[in-house]
Design a protein. Sequence first.
Length: 226
Amino acid sequence: MKKKIDILSETPLFSGLPDNQLREVEQIAIEKLFSKGETVFIEGDDGNGFYVIVDGRIKIYKVSPEGKEQILHIFGAGEPFGEVPVFTGKPFPANAESLAKSRLLFFPRKAFVDLISDNPSLALNMLAVLSTRLRRFTVQIENLSLKEVPSRLAAYLIYLTEEQGREDSVKLHISKGQLASLLGTIPETLSRIFAKMSAQNLIQVSGRDISLIDLAGLKDLAKHGK
């Protein structure tokens, strides 16, 4: 099992920090374990700190008054979440739940703000991470509001090629029901689109493994909807 200091050095939020500053970050990090399906926090909870995922997967989601779930993000190893309240001092704006057995590092708000005050380079790292997060969220909003579901799915599969470093195939690390929620649709519609894209020889689906037969066609579908 990796030591906390090694985990921190490999996390984008803390990359480039000298050893003495990493040691200071390590001293305030609290390790927490969550089982699959366990709640990390709920919307409205006090934003008393943020988390970095050591291993596992965490979904961030909202629930409508009618009880419909909309997944906003799914984060994996090395990614922070819940960091906005660190600066605003406001409650968490959404819910967080563990999709698998997960090991997290928790950073209490006051202790982390004190660290930032002493280490401006840490603030710059956090701004870079937040900027990347904002760009991703902007693309997601654009997809949900302007594109049809087949284009959203194609765009997500292309995103997975970048995340997983492959162009011939990708693996879904979430259920198709969770993917439907992430894409703003329902499982039945998503299944029909998977079947149609398979019939068009764009992809081949085997459980959670998806072969990308026509990557250029997928990119065209993602961009133009055809």
